[in-house]
Design a protein. Structure first.
Length: 156
């Protein structure tokens, strides 16, 4: 029987998390033509493991890391009602383990960490064409807020 646990990442997890980062980059590259073809990284994972304002979580099944995600406390702009918010990212589950609700369990653990820090506004970014991720986030309670747009100016 599979035993799923969610725990805080430790330095011993670094190599696995670096591989997961490349899984995130590969999954997002089809949605974003501006991501480099080689040497693309998003995170300083070593810093994320030890930072007080970041909770980097991993999901384990029978002792094997199968998923990740983080919550980071950020200062809000002065125009918002909330002074701080939780920003979620690095959501990844190994392909062989998808469809088992692992992502939702990681999200719930991150949301719980945010609320333990008295953070009641939680945000994340997802590519508008990534419909499976959008559905997963909506199942947990997220709603769409803003569309981020881009344009490439030719000849410059």
């Amino acid at each position: 029987m599979e035993q799923l646990t969610i725990r805080k990442a430790i330095m011993a997890d670094l190599m696995t998390l670096l591989a997961f980062e490349q899984g995130v980059v590969a999954a997002e590259r089809p949605f974003n033509p501006t991501i480099k073809n080689e040497d693309a990284t998003y995170y300083d994972i070593g810093h994320m493991i030890v930072a007080d304002h970041i909770h980097l979580a991993v999901a384990e099944i029978n002792g094997e890391i199968v998923g990740s995600g983080y919550a980071r406390i950020e200062q809000s702009q002065s125009c918002f009602k909330h002074k701080k918010f939780g920003y979620l990212g690095f959501m990844y589950v190994l392909p062989a383990c998808r469809g088992k609700g692992i992502n939702a369990k990681i999200l719930n653990a991150l949301i719980q960490w945010c609320t333990s820090k008295k953070i009641n506004e939680i945000r994340l970014d997802v590519y508008s064409e990534n419909t499976s991720a959008i559905k997963a986030y909506e199942k947990v309670g997220f709603t769409k807020l803003l569309t981020h747009m881009r344009m490439k100016v030719e000849g410059i």
